[in-house]
Design a protein around this ligand. Structure first.
Ligand code: GRF
Length: 190
C-alpha cells in the first residue's frame, strides 16, 4: 500500500499526534506521520514522537522576528517532506490567510467542541457554563478564521450533571483520539 504522508503540528502534550501514530500501526491504515513540528521547544510531544521513531523538532516562534517569517520556516519544513495532509493537533497558534490558502484542502484541525459552538479556548468550562447537554469535538478544514473552516466530522459526548471541565475534557479527549484517526483514515483512502 502506498501510504499517504502526514505532517502533524503540535504545541504541547501531543496526545492526538500519538493517537494518530498508534492508529497508523494498523497494517491497513492508509497514512503515516513523516514529520512532527512544534512551535514550542518544551512541547513534550516532540519526545513522544521521536521515541516512536518519527522525525520531530521545534520551530519556536521566538526565533523569528515576525509571524510571516515563522510561518515561512514552518512551510519550508513541511514542504521538505511533501505531505499529503497537514494535521494540527493541539497547535495553539492562529495561521495566516496566506498559510491556510497555500495548503487549502490539505490542512485540518481537531477542536474540542461541537463547532460552531465554543470556538477558541476553555471549551469545556464554557460548555458547562452554557448548560449544554451535549459536548464533543470536531475535525475541520482550517482557514484563517479561528476554528471557522468547513466541518468534516464530529463526535458527541453527553454532559453529566456532576461534570467538571476536567472530567468533561477527559471524556472528549477519548473521542478526539478516535475521531481524528477515523477522519484521517477516510481522507487518505483512495
Ligand atoms: C486537544 O484537546 C485539542 O483538541 C486542543 O488542545 C488539546 C491538545 O491535546 N486543541 P494534545 O496536545 O493532542 O494532547
Amino acid at each position: 500500500m502506498n501510504r499517504k504522508r502526514l505532517a502533524v503540528l503540535i504545541s504541547g502534550r501531543g496526545s492526538n499526534m500519538a493517537a494518530i501514530e498508534r492508529a497508523s500501526q494498523a497494517e491497513d491504515f492508509p497514512a503515516e506521520i513523516v514529520l512532527v513540528l512544534s512551535d514550542n521547544a518544551s512541547a513534550t510531544g516532540i519526545k513522544t514522537a521521536q521515541d516512536a521513531g518519527i522525525k520531530a523538532h521545534a520551530i519556536p516562534r521566538s526565533n523569528y522576528e515576525s509571524k510571516s517569517e515563522h510561518e515561512a520556516a514552518i512551510s519550508e519544513a513541511i514542504d521538505n517532506v511533501n505531505p499529503d495532509l497537514i494535521c494540527l493537533a493541539g497547535y495553539m497558534r492562529l495561521l495566516s490567510a496566506h498559510f491556510t490558502e497555500c495548503y487549502k484542502g490539505k490542512l485540518i484541525n481537531i477542536h474540542p467542541s461541537l463547532l460552531p459552538k465554543h470556538k477558541g479556548l476553555d471549551t469545556h468550562a464554557r460548555a458547562l457554563e452554557a448548560g449544554d447537554k451535549k459536548h464533543g469535538c470536531t475535525v475541520h478544514y482550517v482557514n484563517a478564521e479561528m476554528d471557522g473552516g468547513e466541518i468534516i466530522a464530529q463526535a458527541q459526548v453527553a454532559v453529566a450533571a456532576n461534570d467538571t471541565p476536567e472530567t468533561l475534557a477527559a471524556r472528549v479527549l477519548v473521542q478526539e483520539h478516535r475521531l481524528y484517526a477515523q477522519v484521517i483514515r477516510e481522507l487518505c483512502s483512495d
